[in-house]
Design a protein around this ligand. Structure first.
Ligand code: PLP
Length: 402
C-alpha cells in the first residue's frame, strides 16, 4: 500500500533504481509520439549524437528497450560463438549472475577470483587476469568480462589496469565491461580504456527509471560481431545500427524513457562529468564517515576502490541485516539495499546516487542510525554527527540549481 505513509516522500536509497529528478519526470510526461515519424527521427538523431559523451566514446552506442540483463546478453551474443571461452572475474553477485548468463548462452566461462569471501570485498585483480592470459598460449580465451562497479558490494574496479593486463599479456581477447551502476556516477572512459563493449543501464547514475540499457562498442567489437555465431535477433547490432542512421529503431523503442534520457544527458553534460564524479565521491566520503563513526565495517576492504555509488555496511556477527532493513523501512519509510547472494543477511547497502543531496543523505543516515539502535546494534558513536561534520567541513564546490 503506497498510501501507507500520510506525509512526505519515500526515501529510495537503494543503489538503483535511484530517485528520479523532477526535471526528468516532467520530460517523460510528454505525449508518446509516432516512432516512425519525423519528430521521433529528430529526437533519435539528437540522442544518438550525444549519448557517447557519457560513455566517453566517439563510437556507436546501442540503446535497447530492456533492463541491464538484456544488454549483458547482447554484449556476449553479438561478439561470441557457441562453446567459446571467456574469462570472467568474481567480484560479487552481479559478476556471478553474468557468469551464469554466459553458461546459459552456451559459452565456456572461466570464473577467476580471490579465495573465499575475499573476492567480494576487493576489486578485479588485474595481475591474475594477466597471468591467466599469459598461460593461454593458444589464445582460446575470446573475451575478458569484468564488472566496473559491483553493486552488490560497493567496489569500483580499475578498468584501465585490466586493459593494461590484457596488453601486457599480448592477448587479443575482447574487453567487455559492465558499468550498469558505474556510468555517470563513477569515472568511466570507454575509448581511453580500450573497452570493446561497455554495458550499462538507465536506472542508476543516469537517474532514469529502469527500462533502457546500452552497449557501447569499439571497432574491434563491431568486427567480431560479423564473425559471431551465437543466435541473436532482437539483440543483433547490425539491424539496429542501420535503423539508427535515420534516428530510428527496427522495433518500437521506449519513447518516453528516451525523452528522459535526452534530459538526463543534458543535465549531466551541463554539470560536467568531472563535477558529477566529484559530487558522488563527496557523498560517498560523507556516508563512509558515518559508517566509521558507528564502528561498523564497510564491505569494501580496499580504500583505493571504494565505490562512489553505494556503500555496503556489514552487520556485527549475529545481527540479521535484513531484519534491520525491515525495521527501518517500516518505521521510517526508507528503503536500503538488501545483501545479495553470499552477502544475504550480512550487510545492507546505502545508495548515494540519483536525485540526492547532503540533506537527503543526512536523513538517510539518521534513518539508519535510529534503526540500528532500535535493532539493538551497539554503535561506537554517532554516524549522523560524523557525516554532518564531513559535509559542513567539505563544502560542495558548487550546487547545481537547474
Ligand atoms: N550488473 C550490475 C552491476 C547491476 O547493478 C545490475 C542491476 O542492479 C545488473 C547487472 C542487472 O541489471 P538489471 O537488473 O537492470 O537487469
Amino acid at each position: 500500500n503506497l498510501d501507507f505513509h500520510p506525509t512526505g516522500r519515500h526515501f529510495l536509497q537503494i543503489p538503483g533504481p535511484s530517485p528520479v529528478p523532477d526535471r526528468i519526470l516532467r520530460a517523460m510526461s510528454l505525449p508518446t509520439i509516432d516512432h516512425r515519424g519525423p519528430e521521433f527521427g529528430a529526437l533519435g538523431r539528437e540522442l544518438l549524437g550525444k549519448v557517447g559523451k557519457i560513455f566517453k566514446t566517439d563510437k556507436p552506442v546501442i540503446i535497447y528497450p530492456a533492463s541491464g540483463t538484456g544488454a549483458w546478453e547482447a554484449a556476449l551474443a553479438n561478439t561470441l560463438s557457441p562453446g567459446e571461452q571467456v574469462l570472467m572475474f568474481e567480484t560479487g553477485h552481479f559478476a556471478s549472475l553474468w557468469h551464469r548468463l554466459a553458461l546459459r548462452l552456451g559459452l565456456e566461462p572461466e570464473f577467476l577470483g580471490l579465495p573465499g569471501a575475499e573476492g567480494w570485498r576487493h576489486g578485479v585483480q588485474a595481475d591474475m587476469i594477466e597471468a591467466r592470459l599469459k598461460q593461454d598460449t593458444e589464445q582460446r580465451i575470446k573475451a575478458v568480462c569484468v564488472v566496473h562497479n559491483e553493486t552488490s558490494t560497493g567496489v569500483t574496479s580499475d578498468i584501465a589496469a585490466v586493459r593494461r593486463a590484457i596488453d601486457a599479456a599480448g592477448h587479443p581477447a575482447l574487453l567487455l565491461v559492465d558499468t550498469i551502476s558505474g556510468l555517470a556516477s563513477a569515472d568511466y572512459r570507454h575509448d581511453e580504456w580500450g573497452v570493446d563493449v561497455t554495458i550499462s543501464g538507465s536506472q542508476k547514475g543516469l537517474m532514469l527509471p529502469p527500462g533502457i540499457s546500452f552497449n557501447a562498442i569499439s571497432d574491434k567489437a563491431l568486427a567480431a560481431s560479423r564473425e559471431s555465431r551465437l543466435p541473436k535477433s532482437f539483440w543483433a547490432w547490425d539491424e539496429i545500427l542501420e535503423a539508427n542512421q535515420g534516428g530510428y529503431w527496427p522495433y518500437t523503442p521506449n519513447t518516453n524513457l528516451l525523452y528522459g534520457l535526452n534530459e538526463a544527458i543534458d543535465m549531466l553534460l551541463d554539470e560536467g562529468m568531472d563535477n558529477v564524479l566529484a559530487r558522488h565521491q563527496r557523498w560517498a566520503a560523507g556516508v563512509r564517515a558515518a559508517v566509521n563513526a558507528w564502528g561498523l565495517e564497510i564491505q569494501c576492504q580496499d580504500p583505493e576502490v571504494y565505490s562512489p555509488v553505494l556503500t555496503g555496511v556489514v552487520m556485527p556477527e549475529g545481527v540479521d541485516a535484513d531484519a534491520v532493513r525491515k525495521l527501518i523501512y517500516e518505521r521510517f519509510d526508507l528503503s536500503l539495499g538488501t545483501g545479495l547472494g553470499k552477502a544475504k543477511g550480512r550487510m545492507f547497502r546505502i545508495g548515494h546516487l540519483g536525485d540526492c543531496n547532503d540533506l537527503t543523505l543526512m536523513a538517510t543516515l539518521a534513518g539508519c542510525e535510529m534503526g540500528l539502535k532500535l535493532s539493538g546494534v551497539s554503535l561506537a558513536g554517532s554516524g549522523v554527527e560524523a557525516a554532518m561534520a564531513y559535509f559542513s567541513e567539505n563544502p560542495a564546490p558548487h550546487v547545481a540549481r537547474p
